[in-house]
Design a binder for this molecule. Structure first.
Ligand code: ATP
Length: 347
């Protein structure tokens, strides 16, 4: 449904040019939800704005629903854009128009009759659960309600594709979940193809089928969400995954943590299990075969895209050569291991 081929976007020229997106290839199949995740400044907004040519790529082509947008003239492009809805972090509603009139706007511009507009807007209001606020003005709405209006407005021309530019970043966690649930429902009920950008892995985990990671303008990893959680290759991807799990070092350990191993201090490690490693009877192997006792400080097992993955914060108790052998064992058995430091014994 969406096919980006070798997209590059440079702002400016010469020495001051900013290379915001570099040689990106990306495909989103019809009916899929794809999330592009990256840190601030990675090029997410630029990339998503290239899909409907709000930003014209410096190089490369953009196909949506089989049409090459980059080869179109102005009139053709305006028509093609009706097939691509977009919502934004700050909703972009017209404050002087009611909810009803905001949603009606694209239909008015397309020349629909009053009767058609009334029927369609009422359908959309019902779809997003806002029939009771039809005559309210945007400033009387909550953030979540504003985003529902923006979604209804984006869907008014019945697009096949919805682009979401950080659509939940201005919302609290609970409202975020309700908007994500609405997007998933629209995807399933209408067969809507969704491309979203976000800096939050939780968004990807909640609703996406596919994920791509963007870093410094380049897509460095992409795949099924289930595959990704089990097989992420890059440190950045692993950091994003870890960010969905709350494994903080307890204050009491924090105070006794040191970067160097003093006599008697024990390694504190964060372990990540994905795919086949999640079911390994690891603790008994370490204690039985390597004589290392594992004290678990906290652990979390989760599911994403039907795949189990988990993290554990643990202290490894044993002589230095034994704990070193245990860490080598973990590393060799594809368990992600991060040494956080050495915990001094209580004085
Ligand atoms: N209109 C512009 N002119 C010049 N440089 C720009 C322009 N828009 C974006 N950039 C630069 O391009 C790079 C990518 O920006 P972009 O906004 O796409 O990243 P982002 O991942 O969406 O970041 P954020 O999450 O902070 O919005 C940044 O270095 C940014 O400063």
């Amino acid at each position: 449904m969406i096919k980006l081929t070798n997209i590059t976007k440079r702002y400016g020229t010469g020495d001051s040019a900013v290379h915001a997106v570099k040689n990106v290839d990306l495909e989103v199949a019809a009916g899929q939800i794809m999330g592009v995740i990256g840190e601030s400044g990675a090029g997410k907004s630029t990339l998503i704005r290239c899909v409907n040519l709000l930003e014209r790529p410096t190089e490369g082509s953009v196909h949506v629903d089989g049409n090459d947008l980059t080869a179109m003239n102005g009139t053709e492009l305006s028509r093609a854009r009706r097939n691509i809805g977009m919502i934004f972090q700050h909703f972009n509603l017209l404050s002087s128009r009611t909810v009803f009139d905001n949603i009606a706007l694209p239909l008015e511009l397309a020349g629909n009759s009053k009767a058609e507009i009334k029927q369609r807007v009422n359908e959309l209001l019902e779809l997003v659960g806002l029939s009771h606020r039809a005559h309210a003005y945007p400033n009387a709405l909550s953030g979540g309600q504003k985003q529902r209006v923006a979604i209804a407005r984006a869907l008014a021309p019945a697009p096949k594709v919805l682009l979401c530019d950080e659509a939940t970043s201005a919302l609290d966690p609970q409202t975020t979940q309700s908007i994500l649930a609405l997007l998933k429902e629209l995807n399933q009920r209408l067969g809507l193809t969704i491309l979203l950008i976000t800096h939050e892995m939780q968004v990807v985990k909640s609703i996406c089928d596919k994920v791509a990671i963007i870093n410094d303008g380049e897509l460095i990893e992409q795949g099924d969400v289930a595959w990704f959680f089990a097989n992420a290759q890059t440190d950045l991807a692993r950091r994003f995954i870890a960010s969905t799990i709350n494994l903080d070092i307890p204050e009491e350990y924090q105070q006794r943590l040191s970067a160097v191993r003093e006599p008697g201090a024990l390694p504190l490690v964060r372990l990540g299990f994905t795919g086949e490693t999640v079911d390994t009877p690891l603790i008994s192997i370490l204690s039985r075969e390597l004589s290392v006792d594992v004290t678990i400080l906290s652990a979390d097992i989760e599911y994403a895209g039907g795949v189990k993955f988990g993290f554990m914060l643990a202290e490894l108790d044993g002589a230095p050569e034994q704990t070193q052998a245990a860490m080598t064992y973990l590393d060799e058995h594809k368990i992600q291991l991060e040494l956080l430091g050495y915990v001094r014994r209580h004085d």
